[in-house]
Design a protein around this ligand. Structure first.
Ligand SMILES: [Zn+2]
Length: 122
C-alpha cells in the first residue's frame, strides 16, 4: 500500500509511514484523534454548587453530565456545546459566590466599624 500523505510505498502492516511518519490505519476513533476532548467541568461545577452558588452550579452539573453522555454516543459537536454551557454556568456560579463572600465581608466590616463608632459616642 501507499502512504496517503506522501505516496511512499510502505509495508501492508506498517503503523506509520517510514518516510514522513504519518499514522497509517489508525484504529483510534476520529473524534479521539483529531479533536481534543471537551472539558466536562464536572468537578468544578460540583465545587461551586457546594461552596458558591447552588442554582447556577446545578446548571453547570447538568451540562457537565451532558458532555459525557454526548461524548459516549460520539456527538462531539454537542459535547463541545454542552462543555461551553457548563463552563459558562460554572464561572457565573463562581463569580457570584465570590461576590457573595465579598458582600458578606463588607457587611461584617461595616457592622464592626458601626459598632465601634457607637462605642465612641457613648
Ligand atoms: Zn508518508
Amino acid at each position: 500500500m501507499f502512504c496517503p500523505n506522501c505516496g511512499t510505498e510502505v509495508h501492508e502492516k506498517a503503523v506509520v509511514c517510514i518516510k514522513c511518519g504519518v499514522g497509517l490505519n489508525n484504529p483510534t476513533p476520529k473524534y479521539f484523534s483529531d479533536q481534543p476532548q471537551p472539558k466536562t467541568w464536572l468537578v468544578e461545577s460540583i465545587l461551586v454548587t457546594l461552596f458558591c452558588c447552588m442554582p447556577f452550579g446545578i446548571a453547570g452539573i447538568v451540562n457537565a453530565a451532558n458532555v459525557s453522555s454526548r461524548l459516549s454516543v460520539g456527538d462531539v459537536e454537542g459535547a463541545q456545546k454542552a462543555s461551553q454551557q457548563a463552563g459558562k454556568w460554572t464561572k457565573w456560579a463562581f463569580w457570584i459566590g465570590v461576590a457573595g463572600v465579598l458582600i458578606y465581608i463588607a457587611a461584617i466590616v461595616a457592622l464592626v466599624s458601626f459598632t465601634a463608632l457607637l462605642d465612641k459616642r457613648w
